[in-house]
Design a protein around this ligand. Structure first.
Ligand SMILES: Cc1cc2nc3c(=O)[nH]c(=O)nc-3n(C[C@H](O)[C@H](O)[C@H](O)COP(=O)(O)OP(=O)(O)OC[C@H]3O[C@@H](n4cnc5c(N)ncnc54)[C@H](O)[C@@H]3O)c2cc1C
Length: 504
């Protein structure tokens, strides 16, 4: 028999966006239930930091907006960018009130670093390169008083076509429903579409799939950012350690096996060019030399171990001493620039449904996210979505009962899907490969949802179909979408796409 529970606000996800949203709704006096299928979050693994304009520095909101728009390659929504960037300092201050601590250059003065695409040093960080762990620690502690349910998988959004009414959930007791007039998707990214990713195993695009099944618009989903420097240790699948961009910010250089610069002559910002440029340059150099990786030479950085303890530990675990030898690196699937279409308050087109964090497409990132803008977006929009969801719950009153039953949907087994995506929809794509991918996804077979594995395979397959459709429709190269058959940017395609996908 199905179990039933009630809440004012259901939050799906316990990363930065979910916990900030849950705390905001709770502080408005609402009954909040937080669901999480796993204990791991991408938030925990964030290294470099949070991009934020601090008062009384040489930085400004205008400059941060300009850098973000430049990386976004014509597809950012400038008003959304301005709103989120301008909200950054306040959101970070609230995080500090919740207990987060950032590294200081002098007493009372945060240490600022620089990352690719930023024209100023504006990245605050913690524990050297363990920013996400500190953000997660502080938020977990602040949210300890909330009703957080682990090993609860959100399977379906319940709605009557006009408003959301709750969430269908699978837990150890079987299927159940949490009824609520407000639901916040904070399910994170989709790196597990690919064999090698920096993301944890649970980043399977669930929120995007849930929204698509509910008939909602998703957008910019072809823009999947490949981080240029994922540690290459001979393994090529599963979550791989990231070598934060801040290592290049502090002076490390990218070279090939012969010691030649990888980015010389490619972009005026060299190794600190936007990520798509650096990942593309690495991909091209690996193709030209036939080498399985390139190298990040960080031997010139003073006090490396102290500044980058997480990177040092990951290298050591792979038998590499970054202070004595260059670090072997490859690009890896890292971040979804697109997602569920929302405004800067996390509102979707379905009343009562909100989305925040990596699952959302606010218009902040456009065709390519600027480094360290995602924790910023999660903090700012997460907080606003929590407040808006709390207010909506009061206005809407208790949700109506709607039918709740899991649907059988098509799924490819994860390993097969990852092979196909890695082959046909990676750093560089072309029409033939994308058509082959779409056909393979189309031939997948229906799966009954009995387990987390079933659900994730189904979600990944739905999202992969959307990526394939969007990447095929975008017959140009822009931001982190590179088509070898359409290598140029086409000014006529400077608009976001909403894919029409038949598979769900
Ligand atoms: C290695 C790494 C380094 C990074 N470094 C930086 C950085 O320095 N700066 C920066 O700004 N960004 C960085 N990023 C990106 C940033 O960390 C993420 O975009 C951000 O943390 C995502 O937060 P989130 O709250 O949206 O999702 P997550 O933190 O991924 O949380 C998702 C939550 O949703 C839950 N969930 C998912 N699906 C379901 C479901 N169906 N049912 C129930 N629960 C579900 C998960 O269990 C989890 O609790 C990095 C990412 C990685 C992987």
């Amino acid at each position: 028999m199905m179990w039933h529970q009630r809440a004012d606000v259901v939050v799906i996800g316990t990363g930065v966006a979910g916990l900030v949203a849950a705390l905001a709704a709770h502080r408005r006096g609402r009954r909040v239930v937080v669901l999480s299928k796993a204990s791991e979050t991408a938030t925990f693994y964030a290294q470099g930091g949070i991009a934020v304009v601090l008062p009384d520095t040489d930085d400004s909101v205008d400059t941060h907006v300009a850098d973000t728009l430049a990386a976004g390659a014509g597809l950012c929504d400038p008003e959304a960018v301005r709103s989120i960037v301008a909200g950054g300092y306040r959101a970070v201050t609230e995080l500090v009130d919740d207990g987060a601590r950032f590294d200081e250059a002098a007493s009372g003065q945060w240490d600022l670093t620089r990352e690719g695409g930023h024209s100023r040093r504006r990245i605050i960080h913690s524990g050297g390169d363990a920013t996400g762990a500190e953000v997660q620690r502080a938020l977990d502690r602040a949210a300890a008083q909330l009703d957080i349910r682990r090993a609860h998988i959100a399977l379906e959004l319940l709605h009557d076509g006009e408003a959301v009414a709750g969430v269908l959930v699978l837990n150890d007791d079987g299927l159940g429903v949490v009824h609520a007039p407000s639901v916040i998707l904070a399910t994170g990214g989709l790196g597990n579409l690919y064999a090698a990713t920096t993301n944890p195993a649970g980043s399977t695009g669930d929120g995007v799939a849930l929204a698509m099944w509910a008939g909602l618009a998703i957008s910019d989903i072809e823009f999947i950012q490949f981080h240029p420097t994922m540690l290459f240790d001979g393994h090529a699948d599963g979550r791989r350690p990231l070598i934060t961009e801040a290592v290049r910010g502090e002076g490390a250089v990218l070279v090939d096996g012969q010691g030649n610069s990888v980015t010389a002559g490619v972009h005026p910002m060299g190794d600190l060019a936007p990520r798509d440029v650096v990942a593309g340059a690495i991909d091209a150099r690996m193709a030209a030399t036939g080498a399985p990786c390139v190298y990040l030479d960080a031997r010139g950085i003073a006090h490396f171990k102290r500044r980058f303890p997480t990177v040092t530990a990951a290298c050591r675990a792979a038998g590499i001493d970054p202070t004595r030898e260059p670090i072997p690196v490859v690009p890896g699937a890292h971040y979804s620039c697109g997602g569920v279409v929302t405004d800067v308050y996390g509102r979707t087109e379905l009343a009562g449904l909100f989305a925040a964090g990596e699952v959302a497409r606010t218009g902040m990132h456009g065709a390519n996210r600027l480094a360290s803008n995602s924790l910023l977006q999660g903090l700012v929009v997460g907080g606003r979505a929590g407040q808006a969801a709390a207010d909506h719950a009061v206005d809407a009153g208790p949700s109506h009962a709607v039918a709740a039953e899991p649907s059988a949907r098509r799924a490819l087994p994860r390993a097969e899907l990852q092979r196909a995506m890695t082959r046909d929809a990676s750093v560089v794509r072309d029409g033939d490969g994308l058509r082959r991918l779409a056909k393979e996804l189309d031939a997948s077979t229906p799966r009954i949802l009995n387990s987390r594995t079933d659900f994730e395979d189904v979600a990944l397959t739905t999202v992969a179909a959307a990526v394939a459709a969007s990447a095929l429709a975008r017959t140009e190269s822009r931001g982190c979408h590179h088509r070898s058959d359409f290598p140029d940017t086409d000014p006529a395609q400077a608009r976001s796409l909403v894919p029409a996908v038949a598979c769900c």
